[in-house]
Ligand binder design. Sequence first.
Ligand code: XMP
Length: 512
Amino acid sequence: RVLIVDFGSQVTQLIARRLRESGVYCEIHPYDRIEAMLDAFAPKAVILSGGPASVHEDDSPSVTDRVFRLGVPVLGICYGEMTLCAQLGGRVEGGHDREFGRAEIRIERESPLLHGLGEVGDRETVWMSHGDKVTAIPPGFEVVASSEGSPFAVIADEGRRFYGVQFHPEVAHTPRGALILRNFTHRIAGLSGDWTMASFRQESVARIREQVGQGRVICGLSGGVDSSVAAVLIHEAIGDQLTCVFVDTGLLRQNEAEQVVTMFRDHYNIPLVHVDAGDLFLGELKGVTDPETKRKTIGRLFVEVFDREAAKIEGAAFLAQGTLYPDVIESVSARGGPSAVIKSHHNVGGLPEYMKLKLVEPLRELFKDEVRALGVELGLPPPFVGRHPFPGPGLAIRIPGEITPEKVAVLQKADAIYLEEIRKAGLYDSIWQAFAVLLPVKTVGVMGDARTYEDVLALRAVTSTDGMTADFFEFPWEVLGRCATRIINEVRGVNRVVYDVTSKPPGTIEWE
Ligand code: XMP
């Protein structure tokens, strides 16, 4: 296993992800907690991550020197290379010429780290992002590659198997970065790459048991993939010490609430409290048209309802959540890590301070597609785990203007037809998210021989890897045409369908 020492880079988790992709087990630990866990962890290799600090600050972060005496390979990335150099007797200077973005390195000498990349003299595109600069490499090191801005872009002490790279091999902008990391773990550290999602499942189960002991756990189910996968995993670990609370806002997609309840109760036999709170939510949303007020109302009600149900579960000591890494990256400092808070969560169902429950978040290291793979590993139906993301506030933010039960019903029906046609066309998995939006706009139409005056429905579909940026999806026209025809024929109250061709930015994925 590999130890990743976290100096707080926003992309540290990508290192872990690349390693997992190549079948290597790894864990990320903050730089100031390494001393305590190093012996027990017994890493076969160590990677020092990037980070926002400068080696020049008075209290600049470093890692315990013991990692350099373990006799295992060490790779320093970006800030990791700086501290490696500083700690091993090289010299690092504050960056007058900072280097950000795409750069080219030139291979100066052969090294197993760059195996398969090219010959001496060849160039390779990499992604740089650093302020400090190495000005003298430590004794025993040699230059393996250089770039215009950094003469020490890749350095190596092949004898001790210590390496430093000034760029980020873990990001997609370094096209062959994954190969570099793989060279480090497989070729240099000799790891075999036999770790899989099945191993993750086993290790998580052990970790959950250790954390929870005999305690009772409540899990807030949203009906979505993440919380469902978390619940099934936790149930495997602790059985009926887990109770799931499913707050049904009445704002889910068609038939979704029933599917979740059936799957949990009948298929998995997981204790589930189903709170049918549709009337409450719709009642409180009556007359509310402002998007932020909608979100806040739903968020508040969700917590109130969840709280009330949770209080009935005696002796609950833990709250389980399906938090994923992209949710965590925005608040890394929350787990005591060294990076800055970028923004707070917008997820519904935040934990009220006074509940004093400890969090169980078994998915917090994973990305969406990894959670899907884990779900399949746990036996969840592939169409279920492959479902598009769905926002906490649900259909409420897909009905601009006032929300009524009638509008929710119309939207559910139209949305279901849209998704059914997308599945039939075999396009569902090529799309990050597809949904319908019911507009508060009426237009004139003609059906049969009669004039109609009904609502407009907008269709949205986007491609994305993480929801942060997105492109509108380019449908074949005939698929869109079929959707429009069916929706207008089958859904009472809609006589016109339009398609949203806005990307993000400048648009957002949801309309509110
Ligand atoms: P936007 O609309 O900001 O959405 O481009 C990006 C992604 O986040 C989802 N989303 C939410 N998810 N609670 C959630 O759990 C929310 O309040 C929320 N708002 C937006 C959205 O569906 C898209 O996938």
